[in-house]
Design a protein around this ligand. Structure first.
Ligand code: GDP
Length: 227
């Protein structure tokens, strides 16, 4: 891919302390010793090769408000500029999970007409003993042929869903078998949840971080026709 290739802006959102900067730094390939004190916005550009094709992402850490009152303006700025969003919470912080839920709603509202990829990330999976947000989620059937695996609390309000059968059991109408819950527990293969993919990561252990950004690229290709 040449120099004329488009650049896709990926914005990280989430409460302070959930690990956004750590995830962005891993994306940028920065080591701890290379880190400089950063003020406000930080953005890193990298070309990723995913499924044999290259895509360039510009990954932006959220703007932290510098002064009280700036927050809402900055936030609405953030909500406008991204081609894709990574909403991060910490699995050890229930409040950050609730914020993530709220952010997703704000984002949908701000970009109503667009089919923007959103990836929900539960970070800090290494801190298993402090887990406050369950990974299991819930399995729901939609009207069609497949299921949605929802992170806990992420019930879409605009679709009529019915609680799904237990993991690993057969589905009534089409006979499709729902996958075992272990795929959820590993945080890799959750189904599309109307506009959310879901993955659990550990920036500390560098677990699933590459997979996260590869997932962003795949979502951009699916939804935005990104090359
Ligand atoms: P941000 O405010 O969302 O950008 O969060 P930071 O990236 O600055 O991380 C906040 C704190 O959490 C720092 O002390 C990080 O070292 C720590 N942290 C980030 N990710 C992880 C993780 O996956 N596991 C653990 N144990 N700590 C993490």
């Amino acid at each position: 891919s040449g120099s004329g290739d488009p650049l896709y802006r990926v914005v990280l959102l989430g409460d302070p302390g959930v690990g956004k900067t750590s995830l962005v730094n891993l994306f940028a390939g920065l080591q701890e010793r290379d880190l400089l004190e950063q003020h406000g916005e930080a953005a890193y550009k990298r070309t990723l090769s995913v499924d044999g094709e290259e895509t360039t992402l510009l990954v932006m850490d959220t703007w932290e408000p510098e002064q009280p009152g700036e927050e809402s303006r900055r936030r609405s700025q953030c909500l406008q500029v991204g081609n894709a969003y990574v909403i991060v919470y910490s699995i050890t912080d229930r409040g950050s999970f609730e914020s993530a839920s709220e952010l997703r709603i704000q984002l949908r509202r701000a970009r109503q007409a667009e089919d923007i990829p959103i990836i929900l990330v539960g970070n800090k999976t290494d801190l298993v003993r402090c887990r406050e947000v369950s990974v299991e989620g819930e399995r729901w059937w939609r009207g069609g042929s497949d299921w949605w695996d929802l992170a806990p609390g992420f019930l879409p309000s605009c679709f009529p869903l019915v609680p799904g059968p237990a993991c690993g059991s057969a589905r009534g109408a089409s006979g499709a078998v729902s996958p075992p819950c272990s795929s959820l527990a590993e945080g890799r293969a959750c189904a599309v949840v109307f506009d959310c993919k879901f993955i659990e990561t550990s920036a500390a252990l560098q677990h699933n971080v590459a997979e996260l950004f590869e997932g962003v690229v795949r979502q951009l290709r699916l939804r935005c026709g990104a090359k």
